[in-house]
Design a protein around this ligand. Structure first.
Ligand SMILES: NCc1[nH]cc(CCC(=O)O)c1CC(=O)O
Length: 298
């Protein structure tokens, strides 16, 4: 292998994340060349509707997976939180990165924190998970949809369309924009998206040569976190249409996962947590899914 073709979206964050993967690979393989191939996905093309309204799973992923299956690229780099729970036949996640800061954060006019925003302030976010959790803290604010890549969203805030917006801290940190963060939400009080902050590398599962190269940069802790949180996602049949979030922490052999399921109509939030050993990662994610589901049906 002398050249690796890497498929990615063309947003600044996607390209920075691809650079991170290349940096990790370059530490181990000095002779491999990298070619970056930018691919537009449905999520990049449709910008006037919420993800919850576009519907479907993997709208930032599908076209890149097709390129992988067609052998137009050798590997694909994705934000793991954008990946559906089921990976298509013929593909496999060969590596996860160390998790970047998993919190959600507030970016606001005059750097106001959530509890300093005047009643009626306009918050920009299209995420049902974020809206449910924000409404529980500030039912007196107004919530308006906001789509587009991170720089577009910050621009809309700066132009006065919103008083505050909520983003993943990881994306801002990766783009060197952490100085814009007014407040990071307390992680177990404001549960992140499943696998927020983790980047993954997807490969064809019959491509042994590439698989061997990529497996070398796999982070084993992130792999266990992904197994647990994505099992929670899978058993709730998760997509952008359902407000849900999970946060798994590993301490040695011990695993702790906190999860929420919301009801967009009523705004109710159902939460629970599970504790166990890392060998039971996927069972714990499943039990947690069953528990919050049962609470939501009570
Ligand atoms: N849905 C878009 C998306 N996918 C991953 C991230 C952030 C980076 C990450 O979670 O690793 C973002 C932007 C955001 O939610 O602010």
């Amino acid at each position: 292998m002398n050249k690796l073709k890497i498929g990615t979206r063309g947003s600044k964050l996607a390209l920075r994340q691809t650079e991170i993967i290349i940096e990790n690979l370059k530490k181990l393989y000095v002779d491999i060349e990298f070619e970056i191939i930018q691919i537009k996905t449905t999520g990049d093309k449709i910008l006037d509707r919420s993800l919850s309204k576009i519907g479907g799973k993997g709208i930032f992923i599908k076209e890149i997976e097709d390129a992988l299956l067609n052998r137009d690229i050798d590997i694909a780099v994705h934000s793991l939180k954008d990946m559906p729970a089921e990976v298509p036949e013929g593909l496999v996640i060969a590596a996860y990165t160390e998790r970047e800061d998993p919190t959600d954060c507030l970016i606001s006019k005059d750097n106001m924190k959530l509890d300093q925003l005047p009643r009626g302030s306009v918050i920009g976010t299209s995420s049902l998970r974020r809206i449910c959790q924000l409404k529980a803290l500030r039912p007196d604010l107004e919530y308006k949809p906001l789509r587009g890549n991170i720089l577009t969203r910050i621009k809309k805030l700066d132009e006065g369309e919103f008083d505050a917006i909520v983003l993943a801290s990881a994306g801002l940190i990766r783009l060197g924009l952490q100085n814009r963060i007014a407040q990071k939400f307390e992680i177990n009080e404001f549960i992140p998206a499943v696998c927020q902050g983790i980047i993954c590398v997807e490969v064809r599962n019959d491509d042994d040569e590439v698989l061997n190269i990529i497996k070398a940069i796999d982070n084993k802790v992130s792999r266990i976190i992904a197994e647990c949180e994505r099992s929670f996602l899978k058993h709730l049949n998760g997509s952008c249409q359902i407000p849900l979030g999970a946060y798994c922490q590993i301490n040695g052999n011990e695993l702790f996962i906190n999860g929420i399921l919301g009801d967009s109509e009523s705004g109710s939030l159902y939460r629970d947590s599970m504790r166990g050993t890392i060998e039971k990662a996927s069972e714990l994610g499943q039990s947690l899914a069953m528990s919050v589901k049962a609470k939501s049906l009570e």
